[in-house]
Design a protein around this ligand. Structure first.
Ligand code: COA
Length: 119
C-alpha cells in the first residue's frame, strides 16, 4: 500500500499473504518519508493492511528486522501491543550463513494471534 499527501507518496509498505499459510501476512518493507515520520503513519498503514477484506483470515504478521533497527522494532512492538498479541523472534537470515558477511543478520519476527476486522 502507499500513503499519499495530496499527490505525493509519503509512505509505502510491501508484503504478501504466505500461500501455504493464508493466516499470515508477511511484511517485506516499510518506509515513511523523513518529513512524515513520528506521526503514527507506519502504524496506521499496518492496521489498514490487516483490516482489509483480503486479510479477513489473517491472525499472524511476520517480518524480518536487523537487530540495530530501533525504529522498526519499536513499530512492530507497538503494533503487537495495540492488538494484544505476542511478539516472538529468532534468527531468520544469518550474516555469515546467508549473507556471506555482507549484510547484518535479519531477525525473523512473528506477531499473533490477533483479531482482524477484515472489513
Ligand atoms: C520505521 C519507519 C517506517 C517508522 O515510520 P513512522 O511513521 O515514523 O512510525 P510511527 O509514527 O507509526 O511509529 C509507531 C511506533 O514505532 C516506534 N518508533 C517509530 N520510530 C521510532 C524510532 N525512530 N525509534 C524508536 N521507536 C520508533 C514507536 O514506538 C512509535 O510509537 P510512538 O510514537 O507512540 O512511540 C520509518 O522510521 C522509516 O521509514 N525508517 C526507514 C526505513 C526502515 O528502516 N524501514 C524498516 C525496514 S524495511
Amino acid at each position: 500500500m502507499v500513503a499519499e499527501i495530496e499527490d505525493a507518496i509519503v509512505g509505502a509498505i510491501s508484503g504478501y499473504l504466505i500461500p501455504e499459510r493464508p493466516d499470515t501476512v508477511f511484511v517485506w518493507q516499510v518506509a515513511v518519508g523523513s518529513a512524515a515520520r513520528g506521526q503514527g503513519l507506519a502504524l496506521r498503514m499496518l492496521d489498514h493492511i490487516v483490516d482489509r477484506p483480503v486479510c479477513r483470515d489473517v491472525r499472524f504478521m511476520e517480518t524480518t528486522i536487523t537487530e540495530d533497527n530501533a525504529a522498526s522494532w519499536g513499530l512492530f512492538r507497538k503494533f503487537a501491543e495495540a492488538r494484544g498479541a505476542e511478539l516472538t523472534h529468532d534468527v531468520g537470515f544469518d550474516r555469515d550463513a546467508h549473507f556471506g558477511g555482507q549484510h547484518d543478520t535479519e531477525m525473523r519476527v512473528r506477531i499473533g494471534p490477533f483479531a482482524s476486522s477484515g472489513g
